[in-house]
Ligand binder design. Sequence first.
Ligand code: HEC
Length: 251
Amino acid sequence: MSTNQPAPRCVHFSFLPLGQRTLFSSAIIVLSTGYMFAMIYIFESHAGRDGNPMLSVNDLIIAYSGSKSDTRIEAALKGPMANMLPAKEKDEIIAWVRRGAKNEDFATVESIIDQRCNICHDGSNPHIPNLKGHANVAKTAEMDTGMDIFTLVRVSHIHLFGLTFIFFIMGTIFCHAYLKLKWLKCLIIALPFLSILFDIASWYLTKIFPPFAYVVLISGGVMGVSFGAQALISLYQMWFFKPDENLMYDV
Ligand code: HEC
């Protein structure tokens, strides 16, 4: 080894041993597959809440802060259950819900519900809400306020830990890539971590101020783009990049 050369710091992929490149590539491929499943899950659990099948800002607002305007029973009466009773009786139930779905005046709607709804909603089918008695009906008449704080806290800590691991692994691999603009490389490494913080903070803030749902959407997008960039650039440079000797010492 000649003595006048600087000690290697972070070498380019192409100088890494075959075994290490195989390890890196395998990790990227499995992580990317995981990322795809995460996208499918997000889509399945959020898209269509607002009636439109695509994932939209409204879906996120409903998920995190609730639909506000409708209770479950009202949404059902305006949607799938609309043909189960005459319009006049439907209005009576909705009026009762809007008055606060109280026990005092439940009598005004109890006979309608028993007659029109409880052929099916008598509790015999566990997959549809039981509408027998005030307590059960009131449960479907609670305002939808979105995910509760405890659920958010639980999901937050899972995301903070999990995503940090994923982007730490990706970033550690990506460090061996060569980008002419060093600041861009650093940005691609740092942005997902920033996005995680913005994303999670916005889940809570959307409850208070719904337009924060845009921040949820944008930070999710930034995370995805930087994940994709790191994965593709790394895989490409690992196997197809013609190295320059200088990259042996610093990328
Ligand atoms: C012929 C049987 C039948 C009758 C009568 C009926 N429902 Fe339903 N209801 C269902 C079924 C099945 C579902 C679940 C599938 C769905 O959501 O479309 C359901 C779902 C619901 C839901 C839950 C929707 C959700 O948020 O998942 C509510 C609330 C509801 N019905 C209210 C009513 C009310 C109020 C009446 C009376 C005006 C009524 N239903 C009459 C069969 C019935």
